[in-house]
Design a protein. Sequence first.
Length: 448
Amino acid sequence: MKMTRHNGRSGKNGTYNPKHNDRRFNLENSEHIDAERARKNIYWDIFNGYRSFADMDKETELADTFEDVEQLYYSHFYRDFVEGQNGRNEKNRHSERNRSADDIRKNKKTCPEESLFQLGTMDDHASPEVLLQVALEFMDAFEKRFGSHIHILDWALHLDESTPHIHERHVFDCENKYGELCPQQEKALEALGFDLPEPDKKAGRYNNRKMVFDSACRAMMFDIAKSHGLNLDEEPEYGGCKYLEKQDYILMKQKEKISKRDLTIEQQGEKISDQVKTLLVQNAEIKENAGQIREQTEKLEELSLKVEDVETLIQDVSEAAYDKAVEVVTEKVRVQTQQEDIAAVADYQKKLNLPDAKVNSKVLPTVNRVLDNVQSILKNAAKQMQKKISTALKAPENRNNGVEQVKEKARESIYDALKRGKIKADQQNEERRARQSGRQTRKKNMEI
């Protein structure tokens, strides 16, 4: 026995009209409907609950027909969204985009989705009682599992056609970014935790959450039908068969493509296997040299300085060198200046004390004392000058500039030394590789 759960929103005449479901038209004009048996049909909607054919003529406080039920539901639950979106349209000067709740109800993207339930065919089908029981259990499980974002609006059990079946209509909704509840299928399914069939690919007609959702619903209904002892054919068909789940067919075709792709991959795998064998042989030769290369690398790592270590070394050396240079230079300036000035005064004093200098003997002692004082003054002045020069050279600005100049010279010297060392190491490595290559060539020749 085949099971059908077919879904849709619109056909060649537009969105599906719920009037067909609650039989709100002249049954005498429909040849495929038995008006007498229509009296046994059962109807249910979200506002009125269960109703029979006799109840359909009774007026209700909320909604008389399925169409009235859906209009009331849309106008009540999606009013905030409609008003909010219209307000945003007017703010953006696009009031021509404004829509009513009924416009949304009739739009093929936001209208209710209709599902057809059927167990069997015209020649072999389950009894209406079993069909109804299976459908009620399914809808109860459906409401418990998905009721936070999918709402059953109405359904009808038709016993007036060739095969008993049920039409059920539901709507998907979820809050938008403005916090307004509105009909949106993919967002609702995402909120319910459904992923794409192929998450790593772009969403589209053949890769969407609705496919996964429909498969889950079909599996639920199969399980419930089996619990009632029904033996169902689970293999979907497409083409000439009218009892078909379209998304199941799509999934089946995708499996066929995957099987063909797997066969191609297997053939490619054999070629890759041959290539891998070749690479393994080459890898064995490479491993022979790995030990020596590793030893050389370890030696180079021991002898090499990291760039940041070199910079730290340069900084430390440059600061110490500058401070020492300041100390030496200022001392040298002091000594040089002091010696030259004192020597000049002493020489002049010596000349004054010569016999032929013709200096008054009474004045000479005084002159000598003055010149002695001058030498003392020069010595003190040299020390003061040394302090001033040292202070000026050690001032932060001058010291930083001086250290940077020293660093540049030191960096050039150190990196030149490292560069020369690297060139030498490269030459040694090249010579080693040449020797190793020669040994391998001789070894192969011997094997041949």
